[in-house]
Design a protein around this ligand. Structure first.
Ligand code: NAD
Ligand code: AKB
Length: 310
């Protein structure tokens, strides 16, 4: 295990900051190199470097310098921000992935992780228990980039044998790092507002059901997929991955079990249309069968833990 060297891009973000901590606990501090556009919040946590993933030469230079055995490519623009600047979103999400995939082949990286999203699905995708293999007609630039990215991952596996693995994350909920501008971010902001103001105005309607997951489950599942024997992985585009599905009204009810005076009202904005195009719940039976995935947190357990830590 100690021989692994892992480089993470976009490591200062919501997922990267917790993934880096988990990987450092497992492989040792010096075996994980975190990279991003800026210095990390905790520069003493382990080796870090500046890497702009839009700079292909810089990617190659860092791969040569650190000789990683695995790369987690997390740098991206999330759904709500990308809708504000679609071409920049496409450029970052697509071109960085292509550079990482090609540099990994050229420089002999043995394993790559890249996250897709429930955003890769669209309005005519079956909404309940969305199957692994189904209609994918995303209407956001974020979703278009995730769907195309899945195709490229599958292509690099098939053509070059690159061991690239991927998960379609649902909306991730965490308290350690702020989210980066997604449609599911209400489900984090609501906890801060509930605890400190006892009131929250949701930018999604009360009945907007979306697939979500608590970060500790997401990190555990990601490491589980990366540990799985390659020959058992039937999916090389991206695995469906389910935690818990709920609506803003349902989450407010769960919070009221701990903060009875909490109030919520609703002022939907442009993010409503994005949420309306996404599934309600996910069938993750391929992940369960291929690498033993099982979510640990339900809504009440997650709510209790979030409120205890915020
Ligand atoms: P985030 O926005 O919190 O973090 C992204 C990081 O990328 C930031 O630290 C940012 O500084 C960095 N970055 C931006 N442009 C860069 C560049 N040119 N070069 C290097 N770094 C750059 O995102 P996140 O929530 O941690 O998401 C990570 C990945 O997981 C993304 O691919 C995202 O689409 C995917 N994902 C996230 C969620 C979620 O709910 N958080 C759900 C599904 C998929
Ligand atoms: C977003 O809302 O953009 C992300 C995601 C589900 O991909 N949280």
């Amino acid at each position: 295990m100690g021989a692994e060297r892992i480089l993470i891009t976009g490591a200062n973000g919501q997922i990267g900051s917790e993934l880096a901590e988990a990987l450092r606990n497992r492989y040792g501090q010096d075996h994980i190199i975190t990279t991003d556009l800026r210095a990390p919040a905790h520069p003493d946590a382990g080796p870090w470097d500046i890497l702009d993933v839009l700079n292909r030469k810089a990617i190659e230079e860092k791969f040569r310098r650190y000789r990683p055995t695995q790369v987690y490519h997390l740098a991206a623009m999330l759904s709500a921000v990308a809708e504000q600047k679609p071409l920049a979103g496409w450029n970052l999400n697509m071109n960085s992935l292509l550079s990482i995939l090609q540099a990994s082949v050229d420089l002999g990286i043995s394993k790559v992780f890249w996250p897709s999203s429930i955003g890769a699905f669209g309005p005519t995708t079956p909404k309940d228990q969305t199957p692994q293999i189904t209609i994918m007609d995303p209407t956001t630039v974020y979703g278009i980039s995730k769907k195309a990215g899945e195709g490229w991952c599958q292509y690099y596996f098939g053509k070059y044998g690159l061991d690239v693995r991927s998960i379609r994350y649902p909306g991730l909920i965490s308290y350690k790092t702020k989210p980066g501008g997604g449609t599911t971010d209400y489900a984090i902001a609501i906890f801060h507002a509930a605890k400190y103001e006892q009131h929250y105005t949701s930018f999604l309607r009360a009945d907007t059901e979306l697939p979500m997951m608590y970060m500790p489950d997401a990190i555990r599942g990601t490491l589980q997929l990366m540990d799985a024997p390659a020959e058992g992985l039937r999916i090389r585009s991206s695995y469906n991955f389910a935690g818990v599905s709920f609506t803003p009204a349902g989450l407010a009810d769960a919070i009221r079990k701990f903060i009875p005076e909490f109030r919520i009202d609703y002022k939907p904005d442009f993010r409503q249309a994005i949420a309306d195009s996404w599934p309600h719940s996910i069938d993750d039976s391929f992940a369960r069968e291929d690498w033993g995935w099982q979510a640990g947190y339900d809504l009440d357990r997650m709510t209790a833990d979030m409120l205890a830590h915020i």
